[in-house]
Ligand binder design. Structure first.
Ligand code: ZN
Length: 79
C-alpha cells in the first residue's frame, strides 16, 4: 500500500511516500521512502520488524524508481 506523506524528505526536501511492507509478525511495517534521492526513513527498531521478503521488495521498489538509468550491474564495456 502506498500513501503520500506530508513530511518532506529530510535529505532533499522532496515529497516522500509511505509504503506498508510485510513484517515478521504479520503486522505491516510502514516506511517513508524518497524516490528522488533513494532515501528510506526507518524508525528505531523498524528495520528489525521487516520480513526478509519485505527487504527484497524494498530494494526492488527503490530500483524500479531510479531515474538516472544507472545500474549497479551494468556492463562498463557497454556505452
Ligand atoms: Zn530525498
Amino acid at each position: 500500500m502506498v500513501t503520500s506523506t506530508s513530511t518532506p524528505c529530510p535529505s532533499c526536501r522532496s515529497a516522500m511516500q509511505m509504503h506498508a511492507l510485510p513484517g515478521n509478525h504479520g503486522k505491516p511495517v510502514e516506511l517513508d521512502l524518497c524516490f528522488h534521492c533513494q532515501g528510506m526513513w526507518i524508525d528505531s527498531q523498524e528495520n528489525l520488524k521487516l520480513s526478509a521478503a519485505a527487504v527484497a521488495d524494498l530494494f526492488r521498489l527503490l530500483h524500479e524508481q531510479r531515474r538516472d538509468g544507472a545500474c549497479a550491474f551494468a556492463d562498463p564495456t557497454q556505452d
